[in-house]
Design a protein around this ligand. Structure first.
Ligand SMILES: Cc1ncc(COP(=O)(O)O)c(C=O)c1O
Length: 381
């Protein structure tokens, strides 16, 4: 008897894992991986010790849907004086927070402005929510910084939300506070919400990135411990939203995941209480060294220009002068992987403006970084 394959829902048409995941799936353990968006530091020892010491005592049942009150209190406290815990929902990483917020804000026919280059999940998340992603360019001539005028030129009465990501993945740019202020002021005339994805906020090497919620009250802030605390696998994220949006997010979140694993929430309470801060400062110092080292390796082994990243752990390298032999940056990244066993992410994974670039992560140890970049130089010679 032939079994009929069930048809998938229309919303999954054209949906795939992001190119970052697909390229990483092609790599094996012998590859040098400059592709993944994850820090290589272990979970801070202070947090692991706390979990070990308390494991037997904790009750690991369901938590309140929106997260333990103590965790929401800490997040609210660190988000600003006037923020209440009712505005906080603890989520499965920033990724779930982004999906929740888009699901409650966006419907059919609505547009969401997203950065190009930008985090590859944005367009798919907007489409899953039923909306249409529309990109705003972050241009090399502006060092990939956001220009309020460019974004405003794309706002229409269909625009429901604008996603801002500063520091930006993949360029490492920290957007100017002045431009964000102009943008926040200009959108007041429109019924739209700013979604500020601040997962790299604590990984900055100079001036801090502006917290968008201090510039406008029509803002949902999304954050997590994945990058700031090297705790990606604990899947702790959250959003802080105006009360009406927060209420809707809590409902959607309950239906989708019920609650975030209690064990991770206990660890997060300890993390946000500051017990790991010394280790985090040491990690940031080490990352700064790795950033400088990665830039010196690119200078020594390749002919490629780049803009020094002000934040994140990515170097966005302009390979356009060596692209003639390849169809595009994806073709170059795949051939680089096959020939030299080095994983990088083609700039096109992040949008049209990213074409002609490769994203290199400088999270790996210096010897790995040097060998990876040396091989990149040899490949593109
Ligand atoms: C810009 C950006 N937002 C969100 C996420 C998702 O983070 P999380 O691990 O907290 O879900 C990532 C992960 O790479 C990211 O780069």
């Amino acid at each position: 008897m032939r079994t009929m394959l069930p048809a998938l829902a229309g919303r999954m048409l054209g949906m795939e894992k992001t190119m970052i995941r697909r390229i990483n799936d092609l790599a094996d353990a012998s590859c040098i991986n400059l592709g993944l968006g994850e820090l290589k530091f272990p979970t801070p020892k202070a947090i692991l010790d706390h979990v070990r010491e308390n494991l037997d005592a904790w009750r690991l049942g369901y938590s309140p849907n929106e997260g333990f009150p103590e965790l929401r209190r800490l997040i609210a406290e660190q988000s600003g004086e006037s923020v209440s815990p009712e505005q906080v929902c603890v989520t499965v990483g920033a990724e779930e927070a982004l999906l929740d917020v888009l699901m409650v804000l966006v419907g059919a026919g609505d547009e969401v402005l997203i950065p190009d280059p930008g985090f590859p999940a944005y367009p798919s998340l907007v489409r899953l929510a039923g909306g249409e992603p529309k990109t705003y360019p972050l241009l090399p001539k502006d060092n990939f910084g956001l220009r309020a005028e460019t974004v405003m030129g794309l706002v229409s009465d269909k625009t429901r939300a604008i996603i801002i990501n500063s520091p930006n993945n993949p360029t490492g740019a920290v957007h100017s506070t002045k431009e964000l202020e102009i943008l926040a002021r200009s959108v007041q005339a429109f019924p739209l919400t700013m979604i500020s994805d601040e997962v790299y906020k604590d990984i900055v090497f100079g001036e801090p990135a502006a917290a968008l919620a201090t510039l406008t009250d029509r803002c949902v802030t999304v954050n997590s411990l994945s990058k700031s605390h090297s705790m990606a696998g604990w899947r702790i994220g959250w959003c802080v939203a105006p009360p009406d949006i927060a209420k809707a997010v809590r409902t959607f979140h309950q239906l989708a995941v019920m609650c975030v694993p209690s064990l991770s929430q206990y660890a997060a309470i300890h993390a946000l209480s500051g017990f790991a801060d010394q280790e985090l400062r040491a990690n940031l110092d080490e990352l700064r060294k790795r950033r400088d080292f990665a830039m010196s390796c690119v200078d020594r082994h390749t002919v490629f220009p780049y803009v020094a990243p002000a934040g994140t752990f990515y170097l966005f390298v302009d390979i356009s002068r060596r692209l003639a032999k390849f169809t595009n940056s994806l073709d170059a990244a795949l051939k680089l992987l096959a020939a030299e066993k080095v994983v990088t992410i083609p700039g096109s994974a992040f949008g049209r403006v990213g074409e002609g670039y490769l994203r290199l992560s400088f999270a790996p140890a210096p010897d790995v970084l040097e060998e990876g970049i040396r091989r990149i130089g040899r490949f593109f010679h």
